[in-house]
Design a protein around this ligand. Sequence first.
Ligand code: BEZ
Length: 401
Amino acid sequence: MLTSFHSRPGRRRFLAGAAAATATVLAPAPFVLARPAPIRIGVLLPYSGTYAMLGTAITDGMKLSLAQAGETLAGRPVEYIIVDSEASPQQAPQNTRKLVVRDRVDVLVGPVHSGVALAMAQIVGARGAPLMIIPNAGADALTRELCAPNVFRSSFSNWQTGYPCGKVMADDGHRSIVTITWRYAAGDEIMGAGAEHFEALGGRVIKHIRVPFPDVSFQAHLSEIASLAPDAVFAFFSGGGAVQFVRDYAAAGLKARIPLYGPGFLTEGVAGAQGEAADGIRSTMHYVDDLDIPVNRRFRDAYRDAYGREADVFAVQGYDTGTLIARSATAVDGDTSAVGDMAAALEGIRLEGSPRGAWQMSPAHNPTQTFYLRDVVDGRHRVLGVAAEALADPATGCTLA
Ligand code: BEZ
């Protein structure tokens, strides 16, 4: 059930503390300046386990964006309250309540894992506050039947990342595939979208192989793929699991015989660690390292200078999350209790300054964006073309529009 947003108070809450204290104490008021309370950004992302590198890149991208905004929003300093989600859906309700109820954060950012996101968004959507920005998790329901006025996504829906790849595999002349992924919402939805598109174009799925999350015991499954001998394999893994899968796939001798495809997560942020095993893997994604636009070049240079690492799509999603926080907070002049007004500032917003290229927030609060076909050469992603221009999630069941 949705509750209404907090209304904007007559007096600014963030100035109230120090100013009220000054009024009741017989102090020389003219010399006491009210110090704005910080804007508290609650962050629930993985910093341990298979998705740790994703959580770190998102956090770094967001911090870079807010540092470029001067570490203050409408005069209020920014404060982060960071919790390790451990990519655990079981712990998500408790972690969410800690940030929202106990710490009373002004904005909630997270998570990476679709299962964690479903738990978070149901709590935050039902409360109507605070503003929540999802910087990765793609669970389709978040911007379909579970969409909520105060919940926005700066990343993608799972459907968007899998769907274009179905056509890529068909266009490459493949007629049969095996899908392999972790068994949870992201794996099922990404593989489902790509497989459905592939079948609609005349292809056949021989088998869907599912592995418990975050298991990386792939050997038996790779033997099965070798014996099924599909034309191609369509896979979703990310982070540490993707490093292991792509290396094991090559070590099992499959790379040369059965081309491997996936959403870009299969190699994103980890192509260096995968080494030669990643070379030539074709994938679809809403970002490519060498996207030749000035804003991407500036972003990559600034990220490298700040952290000594190359940026990836997760860093981009974090960066755009920072931009959305800044736009919404400045729209209400720092009064983050005006959640409805903050959300209104993000309705239909077009992010011209995104390193992935301009994208638009859909009525269901999900990016409408371009998906590229890429491959990997010597540890770097290269643009091969556009796989789907301005692709919008179907948003089935969302009543926001
Ligand atoms: C997800 O759980 O939604 C997800 C995790 C990693 C990469 C992409 C999607």
